[in-house]
Write a protein that binds this ligand. Structure first.
Ligand code: ADP
Ligand code: MG
Length: 217
């Protein structure tokens, strides 16, 4: 059995002065799609941040391809994260947002332009690629954030409620692209309230506010 693409071992994580994630262990293999569910405030965003190496752990460790993130910060380049708040550069265009991320990940300018175009088009943004972020709707901005993460073609993709601002048709587009990334071997963790998103995943990890027990199917 190969090492999981992403794993966490007995992690605990504090936010707002209390333990939000308590003693959580998860293993996610290449190509596996995991839905992360639970009520608002149950710790989905905190857990995704911890898995991305962005939130300090009070206990345990996160590993990418079996190597602890703490010992190998380069492991972070194997991860992409779609933030709940998108994290876009509002004074740049949609295409430039994706291209900047690709450049930061080491692509040449020409490759960045080439690799940004496909995900933007597949997410219904071909006609908006040259628009400034501040000219786009919330749903369009969210799809730019998803396109940026997909364009990076990472081993692990973490997405925080990536369909929350989408209408039905665009939700399908986003989901189809995430599932396609899974088929190419990306390990996916998708925080969601949407049962239809969960239905397209292999496994559901349910965070519970009371007692932080984790239930999976
Ligand atoms: N920066 C922060 N400051 C204070 N409290 C926080 C912060 N981030 C998260 N929390 C608290 O941690 C808990 C989990 O939040 P979060 O991970 O955002 O949950 P979810 O994404 O499931 O809605 C909540 O009680 C929230 O109030
Ligand atoms: Mg959240």
């Amino acid at each position: 059995m190969p090492e999981p693409a992403l794993s966490c071992h007995s992690i605990s994580c504090r936010a707002g002065g209390r333990e939000v994630i308590h003693d959580l262990t998860l293993e996610i293999h290449a190509g596996e799609r995991v839905a992360l569910m639970g009520p608002s405030g149950s710790g989905k965003t905190t857990l995704l941040s911890a898995l991305a190496g962005l939130a300090p752990l009070s206990r345990g460790q996160v590993k990418v391809d079996g190597v602890p993130l703490g010992e190998n910060p380069a492991g972070r380049s194997r991860l992409a994260l779609v933030l709940q708040s998108y994290g876009l550069l509002t004074l740049l265009t949609a295409a430039e947002n994706v291209e900047v991320a690709l450049r930061a990940a080491g692509r040449t300018p020409a490759r960045a332009i080439e690799q940004a175009a496909g995900p933007l088009a597949r997410l219904g943004l071909a006609g908006h690629a040259e628009h400034l972020i501040e000219e786009l709707s919330g749903g369009q901005q969210q799809r730019v954030a998803v396109a940026r993460a997909l364009a990076l073609d990472t081993a692990v993709l973490l997405a925080d409620e990536p369909t929350a601002e989408q209408d039905k048709d665009h939700r399908e587009l986003v989901l189809d692209e995430l599932v396609a990334a899974g088929r190419r071997g990306t390990a996916l963790v998708i925080a969601t309230h949407d049962p239809e998103v969960a239905d397209r995943c292999d496994r559901v990890v349910q965070l519970r506010t009371a007692g932080q027990r984790v239930v999976t199917r």
